[in-house]
Design a binder for this molecule. Structure first.
Ligand code: ADP
Length: 502
């Protein structure tokens, strides 16, 4: 009776150690010592199977009478036998005795080996039924503790993966009640975990998508999953976000469905690009076609009626062809530049550029411009040289001055200036044209963006010039901004870091 009581106490001590709050690594030695006492043993070694099913020693303790190699070798041999035969096995050398038990997980069909335990005693006595019963209990305790520890580990791994995912991932039960909600879902949909747990997920679905999700869920129930669902969801602030959804049905061991995992990927960017691509195609075909039509028209006229036209008309038509071909060339360059900027930016060849020479070159290019601009150039002390890429800086000014002239119908004064601002240089182009509405200012540097005013509508353009300017300034690690008040002209300022060359 006392012996049985003592056995129960020791088994209980094992349970408390293994299934308490202690980390597994700390609990295992404590449990092993209780098990040794229960078995009347002086050595113990516990093995757990690794991912490939091979036994790995997790803990060993041996009295010096059992610590040596012959004893250890016997233990190993015994373990191999126990695991192979999937039952308790024993051995003795006449002075000492050993017993090993496999840790087995029994499924309906097979017994899976999850580890083993070996005890050694400094007495040569057979394993009696009492101790055998104890050994079975010990093996069961160790197996359960390992399974729980591994399950917790796997849960932690899954939770970490879900948490680190940039995608919104959450689980609902079969009645759409939200059970989990990861950080990605908080970011994408703006609701915090505590605001959504237990809620019915319908509030995330915009009314026009209700029918779609109903069909999707029906398919998920039938097939187990549904990938690549392009749709929209409502954020907390009421805005819509474009997503691609993946839906997976979760089933328990008996095959009964109990939940649906939903993973939403933000596809706003992709949608934007798709939209931009179609806008781009529309724009390119329109913008390229206009000069092409003119070139073709005038070339045909010259071919068919050239002889009948007087010299000045012929000259005029040829000039149109030349102008339009030049415009076409500029446009093609713009498209190529923007493509280069988008595919990783422009490379810069930074040198010391003389500001006066740069301004001069720009002025020369536009001197013959039809609007007869008056250039005012100013270079403040400390701004005589620019640390930059000469050709790109020229392109920046050509674009900005080109715009100043393009959007100022009467022509007028165009001021180019370079001033030093601490370690930066501020390069600016200012005109006296119609200016730009406040609402348009923040978007001017976006690709294809054109202001909605009447002058812009009348003026041909692609909306790429300022995007290219921004690309150039970005490549110089600078910033660019527009300042304007309608009716009072526009000023574009590029601020470049210039500490190295002053
Ligand atoms: P594009 O001139 O081909 O339209 P840009 O990117 O160069 O493209 O300019 C974008 C828009 O900014 C123009 O469509 C125009 O509305 C506005 N803008 C640019 N420069 C000026 C300026 N100097 N004065 C008034 N509006 C301007």
């Amino acid at each position: 009776m006392t012996q049985r009581y003592q056995r129960l106490v020791l088994l209980n001590r094992m349970s408390v150690a293994l299934f308490g709050d202690k980390p597994f690594a700390a609990a295992l030695p404590e449990a092993c010592h209780a098990a040794m006492a229960l078995m009347g043993a002086q050595s113990v070694e516990v093995f757990f199977a690794d991912e490939l099913g091979r036994p790995v020693s997790f803990y060993r303790h041996a009295d010096k009478r059992l610590a040596g190699e012959p004893s250890h070798a016997t233990e190993r041999e015994l373990l191999t036998r126990a695991l192979g035969e999937r039952k308790i096995v024993t051995a003795t050398d006449g002075l000492r005795s050993w017993e090993a038990a496999p840790l087995l997980r029994l499924t309906a069909e097979v017994a899976i080996v999850t580890g083993g335990v070996v005890f050694g005693r400094v007495k040569a006595e057979p394993l009696d039924s009492e101790r055998e019963g104890g050994l079975v209990e010990i093996a069961r305790h160790l197996r359960n503790a390992r399974m729980i520890q591994q399950t917790l580990q796997h849960q932690k791994i899954s939770a970490a993966i879900v948490d680190q995912s940039a995608d919104a991932i959450f689980v609902t039960d079969l009645h759409e009640k939200i059970l989990t909600w990861n950080a990605g879902a908080e970011d994408l949909l703006q609701w915090r975990l505590d605001e959504v747990l237990g809620r019915h997920g319908a509030f995330l679905v915009p009314p026009e998508r209700v029918e779609q999700i109903r069909d999707v869920i029906a398919e998920v129930h039938a097939k187990g999953f549904k990938n690549g669902v392009e749709t929209e969801r409502v954020r907390k602030d009421g805005s819509l976000v474009a997503i691609e959804g993946t839906f997976t049905l979760l089933k328990d061991d008996s095959g009964e469905a109990f939940a649906i995992v939903r993973s939403y990927r933000d596809i706003t960017k992709r949608k934007q690009i798709e939209r931009m691509k179609s806008e781009f195609t529309a724009l390119v075909s329109h913008e390229l076609r206009t000069p092409l039509t003119a070139i073709r028209g005038f070339a045909e006229t010259l071919r068919d009626f050239g002889d009948e036209l007087d010299t000045s008309k012929r000259g005029h038509y040829l000039q149109i062809i030349l102008d339009e071909a030049t415009r076409l060339g500029h446009m093609v360059n713009d498209f190529l530049d923007i493509a280069r900027i988008e595919s990783g930016g422009i490379e810069t060849n930074l040198v010391t550029v003389k500001t006066a020479a740069l301004f001069d070159r720009v002025e020369r290019l536009f001197k013959e411009h039809k609007s007869k601009p008056r250039f005012v150039l100013s270079i403040s002390p400390g701004a005589e040289t620019i640390h930059g890429d000469e050709e790109q800086l020229y392109r920046l000014f050509v674009n900005l001055v080109g715009n100043a002239l393009k959007y100022t119908p009467e022509g007028g004064r165009v001021a180019l200036s370079a001033i030093r601002a601490g370690t930066n240089l501020e390069l600016s182009v200012a005109d006296e044209g119609p200016g730009i509405a406040k609402a348009d200012l923040p978007r001017l540097f976006e690709k294809f963006y054109r202001a909605g005013d009447a002058i812009t509508r009348k003026t041909p353009g692609t909306g790429l010039g300022l995007a290219i300017c921004k690309g150039i300034v970005d490549a110089h690690r600078g910033t660019i901004r527009a300042e304007s008040e309608p009716g009072k002209g526009a000023r574009f300022v590029a601020r470049l870091p210039n500490g190295t060359s002053a």
